[in-house]
Design a protein around this ligand. Structure first.
Ligand SMILES: Cc1cc2nc3c(=O)[nH]c(=O)nc-3n(C[C@H](O)[C@H](O)[C@H](O)COP(=O)(O)OP(=O)(O)OC[C@H]3O[C@@H](n4cnc5c(N)ncnc54)[C@H](O)[C@@H]3O)c2cc1C
Length: 442
C-alpha cells in the first residue's frame, strides 16, 4: 500500500521547504521526502535575491554567453535587475512578483529570526573574507553589523577557528572603502576550547555559558579577553557562533559586558545561522501540517497515462534498508538541488536530472561546458531543467515533461546563482510557484 498525499515534494532544501509551505497554504496535504535532513545546515544563512547585474549577451537556450557583472558593483535593488536578466532566467519565467511573494512567504515562516523585509533594497553584509555582500534577508544577529552603518567596528576571531582571520578581514574592508573605522583581533576561545576548531562546540559553550575556570564563565572570560582591544569601537563582530539557538540571549549578554553592540559575521559550513534557519523552517513545515520523511532518497518512480495520452507520475519510491516504499500523490514537486545537492548528475558525456530524467539543455560538445578560469562564465553553472511560467519542467520540444510535475530551486537551470548571488531568491520564487501550481491542480 502506498503512502498517499495530495502533493509529494522531493527535496528538503530551501526550495523544497518553500514549495511545501506554498502548497500547504494552497490547501493541499503535503508530504516532503528528503535524502538529507537539510542542506540549509551548511548554508551561510544569508538569503540572496540578486546581488550583481547581469549583462545579457546573445546566447541560445542551450547555454553559453551572459554572466554577472561584478565590475559594475552590487545591485541596490534586486527587483530592478530582473528585466535585464536573460529571457530563460527563472526570474524572467516565473516573474518578479513570484520573487516578492517568495520572500514574503519566507518572512512569515521565519518571523523575528530575520531582518530585511522592511525594504526591497539589498543590504550589504560584511563576510569573513572581508567583502561586503549584497543580500535581501539576513539573520537579526547580523543586523548591527551592516556595512551601511558608520559605527567604528572591532572584528574578533578565534585562534583555532582559522577560516575567520579578523585582522585580514578588517584590512580588506578598510581597503574596500567602508564608511567606518574597522580593526581586527584574534583571541583564544575561553576554557577548554582554546584549540578546538569545531564551531558547534564553541557555540554550545557560549549558549550554556559553561564554566571556563577560575570562577568565570565562558562569556565572562570572552568579554575579559576582548575588552582590552576596544578603543573607541562602537560595535564588535564575532564569527556566527554566538549560541546554538539562543543567539539573542548570548548577544545581549556579551553586549552588556562589553558596553557596545555585538553582532555575528556569516561563516562557512557548518553554519550556525544555517542550522537555526533550518530548524525554524522545519518548525514552520510542522505548523503547516506538512509530513516528512528524511534520510532516504527517492530512488525510482512509476508513471501512468492520463486520458489525453500524456504521462503522469503515479508514485515515487524510497529505499529503506533494501525495501522499496511507495509514496503516491496527485502532484509532485522536484526540488533536489543542482550539481552540489545531487539533483543533477553528470558523467563524461551528459548532465542529467537524477530522479525523473527530465531534459537538461546543454552544449553537445563537453568542451563547451566551461571556459578558462575559475570565475569565468561557465555554461555548466546554468545547467538544470527548464520550466514554464507555472514551474513545469519542459522536454526538448518545450512541452511539459509530465502532466503533474513542477520543479524549483537549484535543479532549475538558467541562472548562474554563484556569480549573480541569487541562489536563495531563485529557490524562493520557483518554490512558491511550484507549490502553488501543485496545490491548484489537486
Ligand atoms: C555551503 C552553502 C552555502 C550557501 N550560501 C548561500 C548564501 O550565502 N546565500 C544564498 O542565497 N544561498 C546560499 N546557499 C544556497 C542555498 O542554501 C540553497 O542551496 C539553494 O537555494 C538551492 O536550494 P535547493 O533547495 O534547490 O537545493 P539544495 O539546498 O541542494 O537541497 C536539495 C535537497 O534535496 C535533497 N535530495 C537530493 N536528491 C534527492 C533524492 N533523490 N531524494 C530525496 N531528496 C533528495 C538533498 O538531500 C537536499 O536536502 C548556500 C548553499 C550551500 C550548500
Amino acid at each position: 500500500m502506498a503512502i498517499e498525499s495530495d502533493v509529494v515534494v522531493v527535496g528538503g532544501g530551501l526550495a523544497g521547504a518553500t514549495a511545501a509551505l506554498s502548497a500547504a497554504r494552497g490547501g493541499a496535504h503535503v508530504h516532503l521526502i528528503s535524502a538529507n535532513e537539510s542542506t540549509l545546515r551548511q548554508a551561510s544563512g544569508l538569503i540572496d535575491a540578486l546581488g550583481y547585474p547581469v549583462a545579457d549577451a546573445d546566447r541560445g537556450a542551450e547555454g553559453g554567453g551572459a554572466g554577472a557583472d561584478a565590475a559594475a558593483g552590487p545591485l541596490a535593488d534586486p527587483f530592478a535587475g530582473v528585466d535585464d536578466l536573460p529571457a530563460d532566467h527563472p526570474y524572467r519565467l516565473v516573474g518578479a512578483d513570484a520573487l516578492r511573494k517568495g520572500l514574503g512567504l519566507f518572512d512569515d515562516a521565519v518571523g523575528d529570526l530575520y531582518r530585511g523585509g522592511h525594504t526591497d533594497r539589498n543590504a550589504l553584509v560584511a563576510t569573513t573574507s572581508g567583502r561586503a555582500k549584497p543580500t535581501a534577508r539576513y539573520p537579526r544577529s547580523m543586523a548591527p553589523g551592516l556595512v551601511s552603518d558608520e559605527r567604528s567596528t572591532l572584528l574578533v576571531g578565534f585562534e583555532a577557528a582559522t577560516d575567520f582571520d579578523a585582522p585580514l578581514a578588517a584590512e580588506r574592508l578598510s581597503a574596500a572603502g567602508v564608511p567606518f573605522d574597522v580593526d581586527g583581533v584574534t583571541v583564544a576561545f575561553p576554557g577548554e576550547y582554546r584549540a578546538d576548531a569545531a564551531v558547534t562546540r564553541l557555540a554550545h559553550a557560549l549558549e550554556r555559558d559553561e564554566d571556563a575556570g577560575g570562577d568565570r564563565t565562558t562569556r565572562q572570560r570572552l568579554a575579559d579577553r576582548v575588552r582590552p582591544h576596544l578603543d573607541d569601537d562602537e560595535r564588535v563582530g564575532f564569527p556566527a557562533i554566538l549560541g546554538d539557538s539562543h543567539v539573542e540571549e548570548v548577544r545581549a549578554d556579551l553586549s552588556e559586558r562589553l558596553g557596545v553592540e555585538v553582532f555575528e559575521v556569516p561563516t562557512g559550513p557548518p553554519s550556525l545561522p544555517g542550522i537555526r534557519l533550518s530548524d525554524r523552517l522545519f518548525e514552520a513545515l510542522d505548523d503547516a501540517g506538512v509530513s516528512m520523511t528524511t534520510g532516504t532518497p527517492v530512488v525510482d518512480f512509476e508513471t501512468e497515462e492520463d486520458g489525453a495520452g500524456d504521462d503522469r507520475i503515479d508514485r515515487v519510491f524510497i529505499d529503506r534498508n533494501g525495501a522499496r516504499i511507495p509514496y503516491a500523490a496527485e502532484q509532485f514537486v522536484l526540488a533536489t538541488g543542482g550539481l552540489v545537492g545531487k539533483g543533477l548528475g553528470s558523467d563524461r558525456e551528459r548532465a542529467t536530472e537524477a530522479v525523473f530524467g527530465c531534459h537538461v539543455p546543454q552544449p553537445d560538445d563537453r568542451m563547451e561546458w566551461s571556459e578558462g578560469g575559475a570565475f569565468a562564465d561557465h555554461a555548466f553553472a546554468r545547467f538544470g531543467v527548464r520550466i514554464d511560467g507555472r514551474g513545469r519542467p519542459l522536454d526538448a520540444d518545450r512541452a511539459p515533461e509530465f502532466g503533474n510535475l513542477t520543479a524549483a530551486g537549484g535543479v532549475v537551470g538558467g541562472a548562474d546563482v554563484a556569480r549573480e548571488k541569487s541562489a536563495s531568491g531563485v529557490s524562493l520564487a520557483t518554490g512558491l510557484v511550484a507549490g502553488r501550481t501543485a496545490a491548484e491542480e489537486v
